[in-house]
Design a protein around this ligand. Structure first.
Ligand code: UD1
Length: 428
């Protein structure tokens, strides 16, 4: 398994281009299942989750051609109805195939992602919405089985603005005639990008980005070419790394309009943030001022940047508090940051930090994408050598992150000890 070796403690300098958004690309690629006409998606990041998504839609009958950052999707076989466990277990977002499959095939069988043993809560909002559209829900052999005689448009109120449920229901609604209304919808920029894509396929989507989304669908949709928006989470991670390590960088291709809460927190922490033509520049020096945050649905501070923010606040000039209001148990990175000298105490949804003057390099382990990003931020800021294990988590969400960090002057290498020791054993 790959590891990152980072020698940190130097300010960042230079410019780097942000990739296309993973979280926007996933539902957009999946919604090509709504049509038999070829589609072309540009600005797709080369990430493990995207590979999984493409395998999933191939399994469901598409042929995919991926050159550079452009993915071409067309029909290879009649549309399937089942998303198997070997793919779903790699990516929870696989449940998003349910919406398009229900619209087109009136049934879908999707393996339940791991971790659902603690009840069906993690997809209950999706299922409640589908039930309103006339879908019967049952469970069999670890799969959720969805069936309907006729998928019908509905007026749906979500109990929480779930991003995935909003997307799933928008896709289902886009593939049937009639008007579906989704209330208390998620307002994330990725929802707006999906809406734009569904519109170019021929559906009419009004209100995306607000709390009420109206989708007027059609039984037959066309094809489209679409360019995915920039990844606001990758942008935020790079800006936060600069806050933690100091320096002066420009993130090309990034816009501030999707990152208001984060840019505001960066400015309060003492960084100078400038939105320039075609990018964002940040200048930071010395330890950040402590800034407490709470994660909220968009436009609040994104949960996906909570972990990197914690890494930066670990070296803040005083106490700060982080409140995680979106996901339970999303503080796994705190203990690893502790191994690098951070002082963090967690209790339920709250983490209290007392900033230390410096982190020191250490061997640490990524437990999920964003926890991995936090360890990268910490390693870049820390004095000395860090080894980050289980880099595959980071690879799920950050495209060639070591190349980008090197462009900013970070000393970082990707190594694979197993491969190098295997090579060492080869006869010369
Ligand atoms: C998406 C993002 C993820 C981000 C999250 C919140 C993708 C592929 N992933 O995940 O990076 O962290 O939004 O911004 O876009 N919940 C339920 N029942 C449901 C659905 C969700 O209880 O049916 C809960 C979840 O357990 C979680 C919260 O609601 O606590 C938010 O989940 P949701 O907004 O659905 O996130 P995802 O779409 O999974």
């Amino acid at each position: 398994m790959d590891q990152f070796i980072v020698s940190g403690g130097r300010p960042l300098r230079g410019r780097v281009r942000v990739s296309g958004s993973k979280n926007a690309a996933l539902p957009i690629l999946i919604s090509t299942l709504l049509t038999d006409v070829p589609c072309v998606i540009d600005n797709v990041p080369d990430l493990r989750d995207i590979h999984t998504t493409l395998r999933l839609i191939e399994q469901l009958g598409k042929r995919v051609e991926w050159i550079g950052s452009t993915v071409r999707v067309r029909v290879a076989r009649p549309l399937g109805t089942a998303a198997p466990y070997d793919l779903v277990k790699q990516m929870r977002a696989s449940i998003l195939v349910a919406g398009p499959l229900l619209a087109r095939r009136r049934r879908a069988r999707v393996a339940l992602p791991g971790g659902c043993a603690i009840g069906l809560r993690p997809i209950d909002i999706h299922l409640a919405g589908f039930r309103r559209m006339g879908v019967g829900v049952s469970f069999s052999h670890g799969d959720v089985v969805l069936r309907t005689r006729r998928l019908r448009p509905a007026d749906i109120r979500l109990r929480f603005p779930s991003v995935g449920a909003t997307e799933n229901l928008m896709m289902a609604a886009a593939g049937i005639p009639g008007t579906t209304v989704i209330r208390n919808a998620a307002r994330e920029p990725e929802i707006v990008d999906l809406a734009r894509f569904l519109e170019s396929l021929g559906a009419c989507v009004i209100g995306a980005g607000g709390a009420v989304v109206r989708v007027d669908g059609a039984a037959r949709l066309g094809g489209a070419r679409h360019s995915v928006i920039a990844d606001r989470i990758e942008t935020g991670t790079l800006l936060i790394a600069c806050l933690a390590a100091g320096g002066n960088i420009r993130v090309e291709g990034a816009g501030g309009e999707h990152l208001r809460a984060v840019l505001d927190a960066l400015a309060r922490a003492g960084a100078k943030v400038r939105e320039e033509d075609g990018g964002i520049r940040i200048t930071a020096a010395g330890r950040p001022r402590p800034v407490s945050i709470r994660t909220r649905p968009y436009p609040g501070f994104p949960t996906d940047l909570q972990a990197p923010w914690m890494a930066a606040m670990s070296v803040g000039r005083g106490r700060s508090r982080i409140r995680e209001e979106i996901f339970e148990k999303r503080f796994l990175h705190a203990a690893e940051l502790g191994r690098m000298g951070a002082w963090i105490r967690t209790d339920g949804e709250i983490a209290d930090l007392e900033g230390v003057p410096r982190l020191h390099g250490a061997p640490v382990m990524a437990s999920d994408i964003r926890a991995g990003a936090a360890l990268l931020v910490a390693a870049v800021a820390a004095r000395g050598r860090s080894e980050i294990h289980r880099v595959y988590h980071i690879d799920r969400g950050y495209e060639r992150v070591e190349v980008k960090l090197r462009a900013l002057g970070v000393r970082i290498r990707r190594v694979n000890p197993e491969k190098s020791s295997a090579r060492a054993q080869l006869p010369s």
